[in-house]
Design a protein around this ligand. Sequence first.
Ligand code: ADP
Ligand code: ZN
Length: 715
Amino acid sequence: MMLVNVAVFAPLHDVYTYRWPGHLGEPVAGIRVRVPLGRGTRLGLVLSVTDSLPPGLDKERVHDVIDRLDRVSCYDERRTRWLERFRRYYLAPEGEVWEMALAWAQARDAALLECSRPEGLPERFAPLGAAWRGRRRALKRETVIARAAVPHANWLLDQALQLGLVKVREAVPVMEDRAMEDAPHALTDRQAEALQAIMAAGEAFAPFLLFGCTGSGKTEVYLQAASRWIEQGRQVLVLVPEIGLTPMWLQRVRSRFGGGVGVWHSGLSQREKWSMVSRLGDIDVLIGTRSALFLPLPRLAMIVVDEEHDASFKQQEGIRYSARDAAVLLAQELKVPIVLGSATPSLESWRLAREGHYRLLELPERIAAPVPPEPEIIDLKSLGRDVLISPPLAEAMQKTLARGEQLILFLNRRGFAPALQCCSCGHIAECPHCSMRLTLHRRASRLRCHFCNYARKVAPACEACGESELLPLGEGTERIEEWLTEKFPEHRFARFDRDSVRSMAALQEVLRAFSDGRIHGLVGTQMLVKGHHFPNVTLVGVLNADLGMGLPDFRAGERWWQQMIQVMGRCGRGEHAGRVLIQTRMPDSVWLKRLAPGTEPVVLDEELQLRGALGFPPYARWVRLVFSSRRHESAWKAAEHMAGILRQQAQRWNVDLVGPMNCPIERLAGRFRVELVVRDAHRRSLPWKLAPLLVRRAFGPGVRVQLDVDPYDLM
Ligand code: ADP
Ligand code: ZN
């Protein structure tokens, strides 16, 4: 009897055994299959082929594999090993990992069903004809009908294709954007050094941190390295943090490498994805967001992670992996160089560079544009509590617009964690034990520390100056567009954030209008900060600098700083130098003093030292467990139960446990959230030792557990 062990695509830690029916050909490890599970069917991945039943499993109770979706393995040995390490690190169920990793293959399944009508098929393909008729009756449900109505439609289709009985329709090429001229530049000495170092690594694992301000020529280095690999018939993967950055990258890379450039992100249609998947072998450069990492490029020779510090590389739902860290792991398995690029490296990468694990390559100067301006700080405190745009900023805006130049207003929205700020001295309430901002819990009228659980009642007046009342940070920013249209009626402004720019087309349109000069100013959030190049922008105004600082997250400062540096980098990239104006109620904040151009390495070293002293990441490794339930009590009990189990191990493993405590965002989508944070200062026990504690553990009815290894967002 031929058997296969299958990782079923479901959040299950178990592997299931099925019988392999002869009509599906030879079984191969690494292919996807459809199998029965419970009352329904599921897809899964064949992990291994065997002829012996696992002990305790009765022959009669083994079910048959229903269908086979692939002819050959989806992944080779190295990628399989990579995913196995990935799975162990992120403590994720096998089936869930494979389902996520092989999501790209679904594009191929959809494509298979785009067959022309199978005419006059031989007898054994009869089920296909039935599936086809079903499809014609209900076009919308084509996939469901084809697979569910005919148990082995995929494998049959595949065979029919092989025999030339059915044809696949042409895949539509991914929409081409207009190309611009971008010839390779003669490299500066520093660029040439960087390129040389990268190429000298050859075909071996070699991690680099390419550290240079915006406009210092990092992209030029990636592109020239890429072109060397392409000449040798190899492939390069470029990961970018945001879908919004792909058009810009595509333009630039296409003008260099022409048609051999592929793109991958969640905004592609199923057909476009299929087109990409079927061209994987022909592509020279693939540009994509997180999920592009899972595409099995057959001749991959180098990985680039641009803006490596960006929090968007960390997936925030499902398996909470870091695409940057997973990329390093992949480079290790594939034995290829990886280049992490940033103007404001993450402290994770900075530490590895400082300790010599990553080779640090620096590009300290901007290539063409003038040096970035020193930021000018505007103290809002004296201007009353409601002021949105201060007179100095308004005046600078007026002058900029009058000169026919453009401006960007940056609105920090990531600070929606409620904190209290004194409107006369700017002080934000802090924890006496952690030097972390306290979070306002409105209903309970309490301020709480999300690191040690310290809590106290909201004081009637500011604890620092004793004067004024405290106001929640970050309200009232919605009025800006109104203000602008009123104040500058003859100019055009656009919002640029996730609420106002919902589609890829809308995004491209706004970017185009701004670069053509049809729009004079952009008001935007984080999305605006990243990578865009607008030579005519000579004024950047930061409206509410304090906001991101008010987060109960030890990375708040780091992230705020990265963002500010990026925002400032949007300014004066053309012929004219620019001005950066930052509005704040905390003009004496340490972080504000860390914005002077050229001080980045000092800032990073200082912050790294502080993290070391506090025993925080990147020195420590943390795992966060969030228990959620519609009933607060259930979530709390589950967390407490787990805490009990963990406490028994804590000493032996040499780890600390914080919690249970309510999450900063106490309730989300109707579910109460209670967290535990396990901290491993030595990075030896975590996350691996947690695995056996989590497998097959029930936490009570209606309780969900969300695991986050190396959490980036502690909300
Ligand atoms: P980064 O990726 O660090 O922001 P880029 O590679 O995009 O920097 O370079 C910034 C600008 O300078 C681009 O317009 C690019 O074409 C140009 N540039 C890059 N390298 C050179 C060079 N060696 N000589 C002249 N111009 C260059
Ligand atoms: Zn505290």
